[in-house]
Design a protein around this ligand. Structure first.
Ligand code: FES
Length: 597
């Protein structure tokens, strides 16, 4: 028996000499085959790799194996006893905590560690214990309920379920019993079918897949926002230990992709358009070797003047981001006689609103695993919300018939609209095809933040005219957005904005124009709300301004202008009977009065 060992989930396990330099997270995932602890940032910040070390909650990415010899380590896989889940795991199901589930194992470990130290934690104790245990899906209110329930059960107290029917179904699921046939399904709440997998760490996300002989990748990003790649020296990296393949403009296929306009190169084609654009990718026997070799790639760049706001981009004589010009998309709607309506208005209000660029900040970074098949095709395990369009893109890249690409959509960590990009899977597939070996490409937190698209920032100018009774007569709206260096979803996002630009209010005379400009910033793309979040900020803001100008109750102003069945939206769509904005307004008013007035 080896001298070096750790106790993992109650079992002694040897640590080989060559594993002493591994982080505990790498060792758990790659050597012990325990993938419940996840790699979110690899830098001790997000908490998704939490385990208990000698009874204390610790981030496993921060501990090297040589410091842990003899330690007792508990991972989420070690909590259940056979089919019997730990009370914290059961409570997470009964309280419906898990959403995407990527952070769930780490939250469960944090809760178990807290309850071991403090069987009756206060809200402040829970907040403290969960500082740095990030959940981007926002499950915290339910975590607090689940900890309260688990604590009571562990103390041997009776617990009254909030929703006894749902709790019974959840307990059945947690206990491995089939859900009863209940006939009527609609109108009832059921736990997620994969809830047990998520609370036990059995749910497999892309990074949890591993194959014999797999290579690991690392991307290299452009160090300047605008200019030309004069030379890329890969000679040192090519000769670095473990390196098997390097992709750059020198050997990558000329290929462009995009959800609407195919204008995005997989790797920079020598014209650098934003800081963080991928310029090369290194594939090696281990992640550490790939990371090390990527640092040896030398990029000689010539920086040229760029444009960094849409106003700069649209100015006369501005440097061009693309030869076709700096306008990504322009969408407009005009109806009624807006000039006459403003003449008739008793009151006119104008305001300008801004919304900022927003990062999706999902906890699970972009990852793909590609496995070449003997028939010349590929099995691709990837994070996607659109497996068929991803398959088609991969097939187009290799000139393969789509049936040769097996696009496997595995458990997806929260995406918030940000995981529709092809770059990670295409680079991964390219390396797998070139080397004939399985390949994994997982972006580091830094690379993910720098390279991938964000929510569009907007500048919104609203002018609104109304009667003295508050009836809306006209809106004149200008939207301007920074689409970044490539078009991605800009056309559709701005199209949505323009179609919903008045908010849930009927406006008989309307002129609205939305423009997205190319700039030398990171691209903008799909994010939750898809262009409507931005205009909601402005349309609700201008209604408050109008209420102030008219000295009217802002809810009443909304009520008399509310869209409802039979009225047209800005683009002419007539609302059907399922539209209940007025009822929602009544409920919102009641809640506001209860809580604030
Ligand atoms: Fe926490 Fe999705 S459930 S990140």
């Amino acid at each position: 028996m080896s001298e070096n060992f750790v106790i993992i989930n109650g079992q002694r396990k040897a640590v080989r000499d060559q594993e002493l330099g591994f982080s505990l997270l790498t060792w758990l995932r790659e050597t012990a085959g325990l993938t419940g602890a996840k790699c979110g940032c690899g830098a001790g910040q997000c908490g998704s790799c939490n385990v208990l070390i000698n009874g204390k909650v610790r981030r496993s990415c921060l501990f090297s194996m040589e410091k842990l010899i003899g330690a007792e380590i508990l991972t989420v896989e070690g909590l259940a006893r056979g089919n019997r889940l730990h009370p914290v795991q059961e409570s997470f199901i009964v309280c419906g905590v898990a959403q995407c589930g990527f952070c769930t194992p780490s939250q469960i470990i944090a809760a178990v560690g807290l309850l071991q130290e403090n069987p009756s934690p206060t809200r402040a104790d829970i907040d403290k214990a969960f500082k740095g245990v990030y959940c981007r899906c926002g499950s915290y209110p339910r975590v607090i309920k689940a900890i309260g329930r688990a604590a009571a059960i562990l103390r041997g107290e009776d617990w009254q379920e909030e929703d006894p029917e749902f709790a019974r179904r959840a307990r059945d699921l947690a206990g491995g019993r089939p859900l009863e046939e209940e006939g009527q399904v609609l109108g009832r709440s059921y736990p997620m079918p994969d809830a047990v997998d998520k609370v036990t760490g059995r749910a497999k996300f892309v990074d949890d897949y591993a194959f014999e002989g797999m290579l690991f990748g690392k991307i290299v990003l452009a160090p300047i926002p605008c200019g030309y790649l004069e030379e890329l020296d890969i000679s040192q990296a090519e000769n670095a230990p473990g390196v098997r393949y390097i992709l750059s403009y020198k050997n990558a296929r000329e290929f462009r992709y995009g959800p609407i306009t195919r204008d995005t190169p997989v790797l920079c084609d020598r014209h650098i358009r934003y800081h963080g654009q991928p310029i090369a990718a290194v594939f090696a026997e281990t992640q550490e070797e790939a990371d090390g070799a990527a640092l040896l790639i030398r990029a000689s760049c010539k920086e040229t003047p760029g444009v960094f706001t849409p106003e700069e981009a649209l100015a006369e004589g501005a440097p061009l981001v693309h030869p076709t010009g700096n306008i990504t998309s322009r969408t407009a709607i005009e109806k009624g006689d807006i000039d006459q309506a403003f003449k008739e208005a008793a009151v006119i209000v104008e305001a300008e609103y801004y919304s900022q660029r927003i990062e999706h900040a999902y906890i699970e970074p972009e990852t793909a695993v590609a496995v070449p098949r003997a028939d010349g095709g590929l099995d691709v395990y990837h994070m996607t919300q659109a497996p068929f369009s991803a398959r088609d893109s991969i097939a187009r890249y290799f000139d393969l018939p789509p049936e040769k690409v097996n696009s496997i959509q595995v458990t997806l960590g929260g995406s918030f609209g940000g995981k529709g990009d092809d770059m990670t899977r295409l680079l991964c597939c390219a390396a797998a095809m070139a080397t004939g070996r399985p390949v994994k490409l997982r972006l580091s937190r830094r690379d993910s933040l720098l390279y991938h698209y964000k929510r569009h920032p907007y500048t919104m100018n609203y002018k609104v005219g109304a009667t003295k009774e508050g009836k809306l007569l006209a809106m004149d709206i200008r939207l301007l957005s920074d689409g970044g260096a490539y078009s991605f979803h800009s056309h559709r996002v701005m199209g949505h904005s323009v179609c919903y630009t008045t908010g849930p209010y009927y406006v008989p005379n309307l002129r609205t124009e939305g423009v997205v400009a190319f700039t030398n910033n990171a691209p903008a793309g799909a994010m939750r709300g898809y262009g409507v979040v931005q205009t909601s900020l402005a349309s609700e803001g201008i209604m408050d301004e109008l209420a102030r100008a008219l000295d009217m109750d802002p809810i009443e102003l909304r009520r008399i202008n509310a869209l409802g069945p039979g009225l047209p939206m800005p683009a002419g769509q007539i609302l059907g009977p399922g539209h209940h904005f007025r009822e929602a307004l009544d409920i919102a008013e009641q809640k506001i009065r209860e809580r604030l007035l």
